[in-house]
Ligand binder design. Structure first.
Ligand SMILES: NC(=O)c1ccc[n+]([C@@H]2O[C@H](COP(=O)([O-])OP(=O)(O)OC[C@H]3O[C@@H](n4cnc5c(N)ncnc54)[C@H](OP(=O)(O)O)[C@@H]3O)[C@@H](O)[C@H]2O)c1
Length: 350
């Protein structure tokens, strides 16, 4: 049994990490911090957890928390984690960071994609990108984990099999549709119900910062430099991401070759499902049927008319896109059963 602390646990990603870890057999969540809610019971913020914990939010500094636990989950905004992580690592406490601050291997990508210079570039190599389906072997000996971005991992899941099989030659074109929880719990005019409900809002036609990690990971699996472009839309749902990713090919790709690529990448993966059917309502992946779970659903089609390969992937952004992936990676790092705490079936209907 290990002790875990969560910083930023009043937010959405930290709240989901807490929910999952409270039901994890090898973990005791001993400290959860919040500046805003210090002294208040957790269920005052995450009412869904009433009856599951008596924990109160602490105003302890991350450094004090680090001295009491084996693993720290950081669920704070990007740019904040890098301020506290160096001191935590000095104490020898392991970090599972859900922000973007340690995901990118090349420090020069931070000014390019995030607009700030990385202040601890030497620590980037001390983090393993927390995507078990690509980095399982490295995670077994990892000390710290950088958990992927939500739109990034959803896109990577759809494209990685093609990259690995050498079929992705040319720029990958990604369309993502995300639910409102992807932008966190802080409020703005754009997240106001009257402004958000019933809209399909393109918030980043190009230049989404998750491109950096998508290109990093697709290049890693293919062994050559990959390029991607993404258009991101916020749609009328709370949870979930649908990524429709495509690329053009010189020659027709037959279905058997795609199945071969999928199997080479995802054979025996506990959280990857193929959703492709000739009939029924949910013939392709849909965020609605992964909600509440750590599954990623994947489907594909080939457009013979335009020689375009189309891959469709869906996740729950707060679970496979955040807390679930973080716990799955921690399980591997700590030598626990990989699926511990994570094997819930999705909700339906929702
Ligand atoms: N939402 C998603 O789908 C998702 C998916 C993948 C990754 N992530 C990443 O997870 C992290 C948290 O995202 P979120 O969506 O949960 O955001 P959120 O709901 O806004 O929560 C962020 C939490 O961080 C704390 N916080 C804010 N400013 C802080 C600071 N300066 N120092 C320390 N703590 C601070 C806040 O807690 P107190 O003010 O109460 O202390 C807040 O509860 C972000 O880095 C995000 O990019 C989110």
């Amino acid at each position: 049994m290990i002790k875990v602390g969560i910083v930023g646990s009043s937010g959405y990603a930290g709240g989901e990490a807490l929910r999952i870890l409270l039901q994890h057999r090898d973990v005791e969540v001993s400290v959860v911090t919040s500046k805003k809610y210090a002294g208040k019971q957790v269920f005052k913020v995450h009412t869904n957890l009433k009856g599951f914990t008596d924990l109160k939010y602490s105003d302890k500094s991350p450094l004090d928390v680090a001295s009491e636990v084996d693993v720290m989950f950081l669920a704070v905004p990007h740019g904040e984690s890098v301020k506290i992580t160096p001191k935590i690592l000095e104490q020898g406490t392991r970090v599972v960071d859900m922000s973007a601050d340690f995901r990118l291997k090349n420090p020069e990508d931070y000014p390019k994609w995030y607009g700030w210079e990385h202040t601890a570039p030497d620590l980037l190599s001390k983090f393993t990108y927390g995507l078990a389906e690509i980095h399982r072997e490295e995670l077994k000996s990892a000390k710290n984990i950088a958990s992927p971005g939500c739109t990034a991992c959803c896109s990577i899941y759809g494209l990685a099999p093609f990259a690995k099989a050498g079929m992705l030659n040319g720029t990958a074109i990604i369309d993502v549709k995300t639910g409102s929880s992807a932008s966190g719990s802080s409020v703005s005019l754009a997240s106001n119900f009257s402004e958000h409900a019933n809209s399909v809002r393109i918030y980043k036609p190009w230049g989404h910062r998750h491109i950096a990690e998508i290109e990093q990971e697709l290049s890693y699996v293919s062994g050559k430099k990959q390029k991607a472009t993404m258009s991101a839309h916020s749609v009328n749902m709370v949870r979930g991401i649908l990524a429709t990713s495509s690329f053009f090919t010189e020659e027709e790709i037959v279905e058997a070759k795609v199945w071969g690529a999928m199997r080479a990448m995802y054979k025996d993966e506990p959280f990857v499902r193929y959703i492709m059917d000739k009939s029924g309502v949910f013939r392709y992946p849909d965020p609605k049927i992964v909600a509440g779970s750590n599954f990623v659903d994947i489907g594909f089609e080939y457009d013979k008319h335009a020689n375009r390969m189309i891959s469709i992937s869906a996740i729950d952004n707060l679970i496979k896109g955040a807390a679930g992936n973080a716990v799955q990676s921690m399980n591997i790092m700590m030598g626990f059963k990989e699926t511990e705490g994570l094997m819930q079936a999705p909700f339906h209907p929702m």
